[in-house]
Design a protein around this ligand. Structure first.
Ligand code: SAM
Length: 326
């Protein structure tokens, strides 16, 4: 939110609508407050009737109904706070150019760039590549992560106006090589192993189940900018990897409720991570065991984490890219 407010104070204001793009919007829940705060800062710099246009982009499969409902009903929605701000959406992958060149004043992406642009090979010895010992698989994911970041930055470089800024907040790998989410990912892996032993899943299905997300180190984000410091007219204004607060652990420290601790992490896992696992079922996402798999995974994860609550490291990269003026 602070990064967004800072860049909103610095971007150039031109005649015509100021366009803000949100890449990987989902239902926009987490981005509402930063975008609203950015608009409030912009408002102080121009007339109250100067139009702001917010474009939310996500893949075609995204639930855009949920997105527009959030924009209509959420108390933090910028549409409630500002009469001259308008919203729209694009259902296309951001690994291509999806907006006209030189039109975006302020771009942002929150917790989305961990999803690669294409389906990768399953991880054979875990559900997540970060905890795999298979060097070939690790290399394949790292190569894809590098390619995707290069493409994402290049297309945003075209879309930004000169002087425009892009704020990126995305899962990262920290200086110790840690991707984070270790207790949650381990408990998912252990529960899947148990469900295979119980006969709910065949070993072939369990082998295909992978959460295909990637993290990047600070150096990976900087790589396309080497050695000149410039890439597609962009420079890096800010790059840091920080440990995001673990709110579920903080609540546990206050209430010592281990069942609630496990349940909250399991609910987070179900809403954000379980869906790609179901693609490993023989019948894919239409498989009749899908509901049972989701329920048993959630219960297994909740029980495991409740049995031994511990804090989770959540390394997040924060970047601001700026497009050259003139
Ligand atoms: C964890 S959600 C992001 C949360 C959201 N930014 C918020 O503020 O609440 C990740 C989103 O990225 C989207 N996504 C993943 N790959 C994408 C792509 N190639 N193009 C567009 N959206 C993508 C997913 O569909 C998902 O909605």
């Amino acid at each position: 939110m602070e990064l967004f407010e800072t860049v909103a104070a610095e971007v150039p204001i031109r005649a015509g609508p100021v366009v803000i793009a949100d890449y990987g919007a989902s239902n926009v829940q987490d981005a509402l407050r930063p975008i609203g705060a950015g608009i409030a800062v912009l408002r102080k710099r121009f007339r109250s009737d100067h139009v702001v246009m917010v474009v939310h982009a996500d893949s075609p499969e995204n639930d855009f109904t949920a997105l527009f409902r959030t924009l209509d009903h959420h108390p933090d929605s910028y549409l409630r706070a500002d009469d001259a701000t308008f919203a729209s959406a694009i259902g296309r992958s951001y690994y291509t150019q999806i907006l006209p060149s030189n039109t975006i004043t302020l771009g942002c992406t929150f917790s989305a760039l961990q999803w690669p642009s294409r389906v990768l090979v399953p991880v054979p010895d875990h559900i997540h590549v970060a905890y795999s010992r298979d060097e070939a698989v690790r290399a394949a994911y790292a190569k894809q992560a590098a390619f995707d970041w290069h493409e994402f930055a290049a297309f945003r470089g075209r879309e930004l106006v000169p002087g425009g800024r892009l704020v990126v907040v995305t899962p990262a790998i920290d200086e110790d090589g840690e991707f984070g989410y270790r207790p949650l990912l381990s408990s998912i892996w252990e529960t899947l192993t148990e469900l295979t032993a119980d006969g709910l899943l065949s070993s072939g299905e369990a082998d295909r189940m992978t959460i295909p997300t990637v993290g990047r180190r600070a150096g990976d984000f900087a790589a396309p900018f080497a050695p000149s410091g410039r890439f597609e007219q962009l420079t890096i204004e800010h790059l840091s990897v920080v440990n995001a607060p673990d709110r579920i652990w903080e609540r546990f420290q206050a209430d010592r409720d281990s069942a609630a601790f496990g349940a909250q992490w399991a609910a987070f896992g179900r809403s954000r991570l379980f869906a790609p696992l179901t693609a490993g079922l023989v019948g894919g996402r239409e498989d009749p065991r899908r509901g049972q798999l989701l329920d048993r995974l959630q219960a297994g994860v909740a029980a495991r984490l409740a049995a031994a609550p511990e804090p989770t490291r959540i390394p997040m990269a924060q970047l601001v890219l700026a497009k050259r003026t003139g």
